[in-house]
Design a binder for this molecule. Structure first.
Ligand code: NOJ
Length: 577
């Protein structure tokens, strides 16, 4: 377990050798750290730009590791940084074991992992097993090799329907819009087979019944584990298995409407679990076990999600139900209860997620009327009235709720700054494939991916270094001056200082992280729960202020108490009893 040994410091920036002392990660080597961890998501192209080309990179991450360590998080998850034509922002991987030159080099990546470890931060990467880039040598070889070849057996090629094969093999739709099949021109120049892509046409799906595919991903995991990586977030973890015969979807929707059968021909099939059992054995073969988090969109079915985190499968799974639950006390309480119960049944710890690079940021979701419809993408928000002041109040309270719940939590970069969704990126600058594939109807996810503001009065707000040759790859709003790390640092009521305080408390309070929760009696519209020893969290989602229990000491509050020392609406408080 090389990454847990005391180090000589040869990879530290500046090269200074520290005095011999226990390695920062050694203290939790034998703990199941992932059950309590706060994991910070780095969307690399928007985090920090070290070389001034307007795109975030590894040099940028290295320059901000100190910021991340002092924020009080435990681990980083870095979105794909592999060589890629960037048709889907790096989720179209052309080389599973390399680094895209826009982000840096393998040597820089290895140094960054070591530096993060020195600071006590674990590092998770993104593994994208459902598909490759159409530029990957395997797909290029499959195109060249033609119908029925071994090269094509790694992907899902099928003849079309209709007398001349001009209809797609079935009715499956791409997640980004349009058919999930594209027809190829065969090496002899005639139209031939179709290949499946559940996402963009440049992301051909792999066939997980192929031994080549299985071997390639095992090799890839070992490659990164051997470079010190602590685990992987598994992209589209619910999509790797496809039903035999690729039957039509028909009228089935995903996620299924409550009461409908769960069976879907390409989501959440039983076949995925056997793959993960193999991966778990691989991860456990390391002396310091490596971990996985599943990105499995099985919304509204916590018991199905829990199947991914059974003892011999993945360690954790994103709990997207929490993210989608409206800011309503009864709904949140049942989401929390259901997640905890489903995870407890399989001995796993739940995770809590408020946002990521695929959904509209929570300040903007909470700014809208709650419970009207599921608020996922910007397109779900645009026609609803917005009160951003209210959205921010709720996002602050939600942060304290999330960080007090049992299990681990994810913080998406910029969440700690209270960044809103950018709702007015000009059409011609939109880069998410959803925009074009939906026939320019769905503005996609770019609004949650705008480069971070670090400092200064105007764009690029310290995202790129002085003298940068290019503007940030997406434009930053003028109002972000007040939301930069610099502007919020030391400002008592800023979101950043709230996160810093909450994470500081969470790290040293034995009641927080993994463990149990017990609900306390509370009026309608209020969530109140205890964590032992001596910790209480109260979240007021009702209209009226509520009293704070006497004989308790306030640890942290997401807003000011009323003049009568009561907890106002849309505010959360942490107490020591
Ligand atoms: C989920 C990723 O988070 C998303 O950004 C990507 O577009 C799809 N998977 C396809 O890889």
């Amino acid at each position: 377990m090389p990454d847990l040994e005391p180090r000589t410091g040869e990879l530290l920036a500046g090269g200074a050798a520290p005095a011999a002392s226990p390695h920062p990660l050694a203290r939790d080597a034998r703990r199941r750290w992932w059950r309590s961890a706060v994991i910070y998501q780095i969307y690399i192209r928007s985090f920090a730009d070290g070389n001034g080309d307007g795109v975030g990179d590894i040099a940028g991450i290295r320059s901000r590791l100190g910021y991340l360590a002092s924020l009080g998080i435990d681990a980083l998850w870095i979105n794909p940084w592999y060589p890629s034509p960037m048709k889907d922002a790096g989720y179209d991987v052309a080389d599973l074991r390399g680094i895209d030159p826009r982000f840096g080099t393998l040597a820089e990546a290895t140094a960054m992992i070591a530096e993060a470890h020195e600071l006590g931060l674990r590092v998770l990467l993104d593994l994208v097993p459902n598909h490759l880039s159409s530029e990957h040598p395997w797909f290029q070889a499959a195109l060249a090799a033609g119908h029925g070849s071994e090269e094509r057996a790694r992907f899902i090629f099928r003849p079309g329907r209709g007398t001349d094969g001009s209809e797609p093999p079935n009715d499956w739709q791409s997640t980004f819009g349009g058919p999930a099949w594209t027809r190829v021109t065969e090496p002899d120049g005639v139209p031939g087979d179709w290949y499946l892509h559940l996402f963009a046409p440049e992301q051909p799906d792999l066939d997980w019944s192929s031994p080549d595919v299985r071997a390639e991903f095992e090799r890839t995991m070992r490659f990164w584990f051997d470079r010190g990586v602590d685990g992987f977030r598994i992209d589209v973890a619910h999509g790797l298995a496809k039903a035999n015969g690729l039957p039509d979807v028909g009228s089935l929707t995903w996620p299924p409407t409550p009461g409908d059968p769960v069976e879907h021909p390409h989501w959440d099939l039983d076949g995925v679990h056997e793959i993960y059992r193999g991966w778990r054995a691989l991860a456990d073969s390391y002396a310091d076990p490596r971990v996985f988090v599943a990105e499995a969109w099985v919304i509204g079915r916590p018991e199905r999600l829990a199947r991914y985190v059974r003892a011999d499968e993945l360690h954790t799974a994103f709990n997207f139900d929490f993210l989608f639950t409206p800011w309503l006390a009864a709904d949140l309480r049942s989401t929390i209860d259901d997640a905890i119960a489903a995870h407890e049944a399989v001995g796993a710890a739940p995770t809590w997620v408020l946002s990521n690079h695929d959904v509209a940021r929570e300040v903007s979701r909470y700014a809208r009327p709650q419970g009207v419809r599921r608020l996922r993408h910007l397109s779900d928000l645009l026609d609803l009235p917005a009160d951003f002041h209210l959205g921010m109040r709720r996002a602050r309270a939600a942060a304290l709720l999330m960080l007090a719940l049992p299990g681990s939590a994810y913080v998406y970069q910029g969440e700690e700054l209270g960044l809103p969704e950018v709702e007015d990126i000009p059409d011609e600058l939109l880069r998410d494939p959803t925009w074009e594939q939906s026939g320019r109807k769905d503005r996609g996810r770019d609004g949650a991916r705008v480069p971070l503001p670090w400092s200064g009065e105007q764009p690029p707000y310290g995202f790129s270094p002085a003298g940068a040759t290019a503007a940030p790859w997406l434009p930053q709003p003028g109002s972000w001056r007040e939301l930069s790390v610099e502007a919020q640092t030391g400002r008592v009521r800023s979101m950043l200082e709230l996160y810093r305080a909450a994470l500081r408390i969470r790290r040293r309070n034995p009641a927080l992280g993994d463990g149990r929760l017990s609900w306390l009696p509370s009026p309608d519209g209020v969530l109140s729960f205890a964590r032992e020893p001596h910790f209480t969290c109260i979240v007021n989602l009702g209209a009226d202020p509520v009293p704070v229990p006497p004989a308790s000491r306030m640890l942290l509050c997401s807003g000011a108490l009323t003049s009568a020392a009561e907890l106002p609406s849309d505010t959360a408080i942490w107490l020591e009893r």
